[in-house]
Design a protein. Sequence first.
Length: 195
Amino acid sequence: EAATVDTVVYETHTTPTADGWPLALHRYYRSSGVAYQDPVFLSQGFLEGSKVFNAFPKYSLASKLAMDGYDVWDYDIRGGGDSQKPVLDWSAIDVDFSIDWTGIDFSIGMAGWDYCMDHFVLLDTPAALDFVLKATGRSQVIWVSHSCGSLMQYAYLQNVGSSKIKAAVSLGGIGAFLPGTDYQSLFAEIFFGIG
């Protein structure tokens, strides 16, 4: 009798936020079933789609946890990854490169881009978390976050509460953004340093 080889089963789901923004969620689990009851909930860093947790499936956190028997979920915040993106309407912009750009309102044509960290914490994360809990029939998750996802985790725990969180783990979490920091220069130095 041939032995069956477990694989990672991958699913994509969609759920709306309280303000109607459709979010994408991804689920990973072992083909022979889930061994651990509490689902693992992953949140990614800024400018990373949630698939950063499964970028190289053979070595990824999502696949490793799934093969170990966890029911693993990640989600894309609004505008990121597989979630709905805002629409750019360039018809309202009349570009004149001969003018002084200081003081120009760059929000023209950016309808739908008027969201911030508060939306990620107070609307996107609760919608994704509630979807996972309903889909799994569980009351709590083990939350693993990365980078800006950790900042969202900290803010969620502080502002919404911890009743739905069994354990929280932060990987490379951001501690704080200091007022007055020149982030363009900061990121330029980082990217120059890594080539």
